[in-house]
Design a protein around this ligand. Structure first.
Ligand code: AMP
Ligand code: GLY
Length: 436
């Protein structure tokens, strides 16, 4: 049989993890990544095409006779890359433009959840020209509250506001000063949810589900979950909070009704459905956000735990079939620590030279995100999130210690990291050890 020809779209840490896994599962495949990064170049052939250049991506898929396109980021999905490739008869893993609205429009996601009876924070949506109405609404809203740009804002469009004044200022910045451009022309104001966040990723054909290991991101820049929201500073999987009972509820109360409502609206979702959840003190899940793709950095802990079958599941769904169940063995744990640039998330400083250790400890993988390699071979900082240091081990504590130690062994000027990734899980593990 001819080697499988796969194209991964994107160039961050998630796409390096995807390429790494696809290579592990398919040693003989012709694997391409567009645009990729110096990490994906170690396992795939990078194509110098931007992830949102739909025309050139379609041409490249044609030229290389691609059997499977896997789309990493949300922007090309929201731009209709999957529809375009499917119209050309190509197998593509990722939702079309209509279903990708679940992430690209928080207003649409709220409408879908309301229609499907999916638990989520109470909210109101305000469109362009409705700043006065939005200000009046927040003036009567209990504190704290959350103001969100409805459109795509690279993970920075949600502002948790401690006071009504802060919410009013955020509304003015979004709707009048257009701090998020067109993404903030429509805003969603919602009530603050208390609890612990968790990510559930499901491969789906629009109806059937294959869950990946549950994970937890760390959105805030600073240790102890302080400072501004970022794209994510680290993650771990699995999460012991995610019992089979809780995951069953997430399927029944959240994933299945959402997919059914999207089918009813003529926008069936195929690909990875990302449910960003809040689990309250009673253990009840509600939705903070939906995304239409794998998480970043969640993919960097979820994919290394999987025993196999991801390529088969992606291919099956891309060809209109069912998602195959994904096996992940008990007793393996993954933690990833993000190394960011000084100034991230607002103004990351680029250009610093990166020193990687000559060899990595057993179980540690370094995924590249914002890096670039000079003509002379020097690796340099080229983005806000620079590297993701993933450790897989037989206990959570070991994975946590290894990820942190390996992250500390990488150096560049301005290196910024959290040394407390997994602190909630460490507390749970500690408590159960004490009560055992
Ligand atoms: P989003 O872009 O909607 O995922 O929001 C980014 C982050 O802001 C989330 O991961 C949460 O940490 C926080 N957040 C968003 N909405 C809420 C909410 N309603 N209650 C509490 N925290 C929230
Ligand atoms: N880590 C959050 C996201 O991928 O949206």
């Amino acid at each position: 049989m001819a080697a499988l020809r796969i194209l991964v779209v994107g160039g961050g840490g998630r796409e390096h993890a995807l390429c790494w896994l696809l290579r592990r599962e398919n040693p003989d495949a012709d694997l391409y990544c567009a645009p990729g990064n110096p990490g994906t170049a170690e396992v795939a052939t990078n194509l110098p095409i931007a992830a949102d250049d739909v025309d050139r991506l379609a041409d490249a898929a044609d030229m290389h006779g691609i059997d499977l396109v896997v789309v990493g980021p949300e922007l090309p999905l929201a731009l209709g890359l999957a529809d375009r490739l499917r119209a050309e008869g190509r197998a593509v893993f990722g939702p079309g433009r209509a279903a990708a609205q679940l992430e690209a429009s928080k207003a649409f996601a709220k409408e879908v959840m309301a229609a499907a009876g999916v638990p989520t924070a109470a909210s109101r949506t305000f469109g362009a020209g409705e700043l006065a109405a939005a200000l009046a609404y927040v003036a009567g809203h209990p504190e704290p509250l959350v103001v969100k740009a409805s459109g795509l804002a690279a993970g920075k469009g949600a502002v948790v506001c401690a006071t009504r004044e802060e919410a009013a200022a955020t509304l003015r910045a979004m709707m009048a000063e257009r701090a998020f451009g067109a993404a903030g022309d429509t805003v969603v104001v919602e009530s603050f949810l208390e609890g612990e966040e968790m990510t559930v990723l499901a491969i789906t054909d629009g109806e059937a589900l294959a869950l990946l290991p549950p994970s937890q991101d760390h959105k805030r820049l600073g240790e102890g979950d302080t400072g501004p929201n970022t794209g994510g500073m680290g993650a771990y999987a699995p999460v012991s909070l995610a019992t089979p009972e809780l995951l069953g509820r997430v399927e029944r109360e959240i994933l299945r009704p959402t997919l059914a409502e999207l089918r009813r609206r003529g926008a069936p979702f195929s690909g990875v459905l990302y449910a960003g959840l809040m689990i309250d003190a009673t253990g009840a899940p509600s939705v903070v956000e939906f995304n239409c793709r794998l998480g970043d950095p969640e993919a960097q802990v979820v994919l290394p735990l999987v025993a196999g079958g991801v390529t088969a599941s992606f291919l099956s769904v891309a060809r209109g079939g069912l998602p195959m169940p994904i096996a992940y063995p008990d007793g393996t744990f993954a933690v990833t620590t993000v190394l960011a640039a000084r100034g991230y998330p607002d103004r990351p400083e680029k250009g610093a030279a990166i020193t990687l250790p000559a060899s990595l400890p057993e179980g540690v993988t370094v995924f590249h995100a914002g890096t670039v390699r000079d003509a002379d071979g020097t690796l340099r900082v080229a983005g806000g999130r620079v590297l993701n240091v993933t450790a897989v081990a037989a206990s959570f504590a070991e994975a946590q210690a290894k990820s942190r130690a390996a992250a500390e062994a990488i150096h560049f000027d301005g290196r910024t990291l959290r040394r407390d990734i997994g602190w909630r899980e460490a507390g749970r593990v500690g408590r159960s050890a004490r009560t055992a």
